[in-house]
Design a protein around this ligand. Structure first.
Ligand SMILES: Cc1ncc(COP(=O)(O)O)c(C=O)c1O
Length: 394
């Protein structure tokens, strides 16, 4: 129903089921970037001629759209970055480095693990990992124990696992963390494509966003920073566009968000991200969820009919991604055969090696859907999977 808005599907016969890696882009997102380059390409927040002003207005429009989209309270709380990886690294290296202990969950993407390892190595900060059970549920008792032993720590957890689609209850995590004076950052890379998020309701302190996983361009993202932290956080990069005044001896910085956005930004990308948000506003999350849940359940039902399939979580509290293996088979072999049958999905560790180790697997086969996927995509996948299994004599 929605595929007509995405030129990729007119140009390709590929069954695209790798949306957790990146989503396709609607025509309006592509057009807005071409329009910027063809008709008013200029830098933002610097020059004062017509096209430069238009670029600045459209760039800042995305900030306003995003602020409203996630119900932040002020535009200043929205800081553009290259994506979730840069958002996490920014907060890790500017604010969180002052905390003695960082708490993460077992389901984190490497982007929310490796920056903390670097800090552990260079600053000696502690790192604690909240356990999950064998349905990948977040262990709140263990979390509380860690918080009790390490009050005033920095909690950094994923909202939706990219590897398994598991949703964590961020509101509950934040409430508990705040009880022990901890600060909470959420890796929201997988959130906006599937769920409405509301900064007031979740009450998180930081929320990392990725445009390319939200039908927007690659190389763009943002971090929501609750207003009360904006003054105390130092930028981790500085340079042009961040300053008020510079002499040979010293410099004074602008206020947020500009003090954090050093150098020329991905202007076309940020304008394109705004278009993606406008597009999502038109479709509406109610519609997205109806269509997507239906296909997600159908996918699960059809997969369950295949013998020797192994899942790692049930589909309650899960969204978007479904990860599995087949007894006695190597996930890579399936991936190679599916690629030959024009099915695009990801096999491997999905940048989440620690949880794969915990589950005693090298990786999984991951099908990740978006609202434009339909029953037909699932049927083609299942036919191809059965063929691949036959070829492998399984
Ligand atoms: C859960 C999660 N966190 C972080 C990232 C990194 O996001 P980005 O590509 O925006 O840097 C990803 C991307 O795969 C992800 O799925």
């Amino acid at each position: 129903m929605f595929k007509k808005d995405f030129p990729y599907f007119n140009n390709s016969k590929t069954v695209y089921l790798d949306n957790a890696a990146t989503t396709q882009k609607p025509q309006c997102v592509i057009d807005s970037q071409i329009e910027y380059y063809e008709k008013y390409c200029s830098n933002t927040h610097r020059s004062n001629f017509g096209h430069a002003n238009k670029a600045t207005i459209n760039f800042e429009k995305t900030r306003t759209l995003l602020k409203e989209f996630i119900n932040a309270s002020k535009n200043e709380e929205i800081i553009f970055t290259k994506g979730v990886t840069e958002s996490i690294n920014f907060i890790a290296n500017s604010y969180a480095k002052n905390f003695k202990t960082v708490i993460i969950s077992s389901l984190e993407h490497h982007s929310n693990i490796v920056p903390w390892h670097m800090q552990k190595r260079t600053l000696g900060n502690g790192l604690e990992v909240v356990r999950c059970n064998n349905n990948l549920d977040f262990d709140f008792e263990h979390f509380e124990q860690i918080l009790k032993n390490n009050p005033k720590s920095f909690v950094s957890v994923t909202h939706i696992s990219n590897a398994f689609g598991k949703i964590y209850d961020i509101k509950k995590i934040t409430e508990l963390a705040h009880k022990y004076d901890a600060v909470v950052m959420v890796d929201g890379a997988q959130s906006l494509a599937h769920l409405k998020v509301d900064m007031q309701d979740l009450d998180v302190d930081f929320f990392a966003i990725s445009a390319h996983k939200t039908f927007g361009p690659t190389g763009v993202g943002a971090i929501y920073v609750k207003e009360k932290y904006l003054k105390e956080i130092e930028p981790y990069q500085t340079g042009g566009a961040t300053i008020d005044e510079v002499t040979f001896n010293t410099s004074t910085l602008l206020d947020s968000p500009y003090k954090f956005e050093a150098g020329t930004q991905n202007i076309a990308g940020i304008i394109g991200f705004g278009k993606a948000l406008e597009y999502l506003n038109i479709i509406g999350y109610e519609n997205i969820q109806i269509v997507e849940n239906d296909v997600y359940r159908y996918l699960d039902e059809e997969l369950r009919k295949i013998p020797k399939i192994i899942f790692y979580n049930d589909i309650n509290d899960s969204i978007g991604s479904r990860s599995f293996n087949f007894e006695g088979l190597v996930h890579d072999d399936i991936g190679i055969l599916l690629d030959k049958m024009n099915i695009a999905l990801r096999v491997g560790h999905h940048c989440a090696q620690p949880i794969m180790k915990q589950l005693n697997v090298k990786g999984t086969i991951r099908v990740s859907i978006a609202f434009y996927n339909d029953y037909n995509d699932v049927s083609e996948l299942i036919t191809a999977l059965r063929k691949a299994l036959q070829m492998l004599d399984a």
